[in-house]
Design a protein around this ligand. Structure first.
Ligand SMILES: [Zn+2]
Length: 311
């Protein structure tokens, strides 16, 4: 008898799952796909429990070179809203959208949110230099490194979600404002902590820290890559090493997925220190949201600059 009751209950639960609960659940929450973990985090700050959000690119890999999987195609196919960074950070974005065949996201698709709108871009090339391998053809796409830009991103996400779900527009907007206020307080703290290192010369591996370093008034004197995405030659490295010595740069910034051998070689020859910073929520795993990610970046940089005496 008991077995029969359990069987009936499981059948009822399964039917509910198949017929009703799924529909109710799906109707309840927007299914949002963000191209990166950092965008997914900002979206959840803006929409809280009104969305189910997943991300595509792994935080452990270079976003430029992520290779979408069939699972990613399915995610995009089933999504209600797509949030992406625009420009050419996600070089794989358009092919992925084409594979998913979700017309609402292609081109200026109405359910697709390009968070770069209104962000003041740096390093917009005067001529398109893709033939030389440069992967920042529309300007530097690593604007998420500046927390002031993240405030624009949060507002863009709120407006984009408000278009799709107008009944929650006020909710999205007020959450974005609250998040931005939280961010404002942190920016003040981070700026105060970096104030002692104004103009300190640093080197980065890829040109991915321009916005971050500009915000905190540090000076980039060169990159390990001669152009974004181009591996260094011996001649380029010799010139960079000389620059570091001449300008007394103390820090070489790399991201977790970039190879360590070259920065270490430069460090050995110059006495500069290699510091690993990240722009991806979840890498390292303690960086569970944008604020804790930036907090880690500022702390690591502060420690490195202090150790070397700073300025
Ligand atoms: Zn890049």
């Amino acid at each position: 008898m008991r077995t029969k009751k359990i069987l009936i209950l499981s059948l009822a639960v399964s039917s509910c799952a198949l017929l009703f609960c799924h529909a109710l659940f799906a109707a309840d929450k927007l299914n949002v796909v963000a191209t990166t973990t950092t965008l997914a985090n900002i979206a959840s700050e803006v929409a809280l429990d009104k969305i189910r959000v997943t991300s595509i690119a792994s935080p452990k890999q270079n976003i430029h070179h992520y290779a979408p999987t069939p699972k990613d195609v399915l995610k995009v196919k089933r999504a209600d809203v797509l949030i992406h960074e625009g420009l050419d950070l996600e070089a794989w974005r358009e092919p992925l959208l084409a594979a998913a065949g979700n017309m609402r996201f292609l081109g200026e698709g109405k359910d697709s949110i390009d968070v770069s709108l209104g962000v003041p871009l740096l390093e917009i090339p005067t001529s398109l230099s893709r033939s030389e391998g440069d992967i920042h053809a529309f300007g530097n796409p690593h604007y998420i490194g500046d927390p002031e830009n993240v405030k624009i991103i949060a507002l863009n996400i709120a407006e984009g979600l408000a278009k799709v779900e107008p009944e929650n527009a006020d909710f999205f907007r007020s959450n974005a404002t609250a998040f931005n206020e939280k961010l404002d307080a942190k920016i003040k703290d981070w700026e105060a902590r970096m104030a002692g290192f104004q103009g300190a010369p640093v080197v980065t591996y890829h040109r991915s820290w321009s916005y971050f370093l500009k915000r905190f008034n540090l000076s980039v004197i060169g990159e390990v890559e001669p152009k974004p995405g181009i591996p260094p030659t011996a001649k380029h490295l010799a010139g960079l090493i000389q620059q570091i010595k001449d300008k007394k740069a103390k820090v070489i910034i790399k991201e977790p997925f970039e190879e360590t051998r070259t920065p270490k070689k430069i460090a050995d020859e110059t006495g500069a220190q290699v510091v690993t910073l990240s722009q991806s929520v979840g890498e390292p795993k303690e960086a569970k949201d944008y604020i804790s990610l930036m907090e880690q970046n500022i702390s690591s940089l502060e420690t490195a600059l202090k150790q070397e005496g700073g300025k």
